[in-house]
Write a protein that binds this ligand. Sequence first.
Ligand code: ZN
Length: 178
Amino acid sequence: MTTQSPTVALLGAVMFAAERHRNQRRKDAEATPYINHPIALAHLLAPPGGIADVTLLQAAILHDTIEDTETTAAELSARFGDDVTRIVLEVTDDKTLPKPRRKQLQIEHAPHKSRGAALVKLADKTCNLLDVASSPPADWPLSRRQAYFDWAKQVVDALPRVNDALLSAFDQAYAARP
Ligand code: ZN
């Protein structure tokens, strides 16, 4: 971890996430490969967000590996270190809870997020709104798409204010509310 160059460390995270998400697809009608989502998220943090910290970018790439694959926190710690793992854990929902409760908890926990977790969360919600606006899941009626936008905004409004450029990227995405 520490002996690698930042570029190699970041590519290692991309490789790992691509391997873990390899059989997953996004919910859009075209079933886009899942890995496109974490890559888009990290890319949003980098140019508009101005984030060059490799720990944060690795956490962005890996942010769904614990929640959506068999990956454990211990495994991430061993490969990418505790700082990356802490951020990933902070943005990981407890999947033993029913979905409405998980969504409510995202709003309630938002004010207590660390800077790193708040950045990843903000970029995650922005990317998801862009996806729902441009290529929504085929079975989502208008009301569900609208509810998704409103919930994402509630989460983002409750986050600590960490990055104005990213916040305007979110506002721009939210402006396309169906
Ligand atoms: Zn995500």
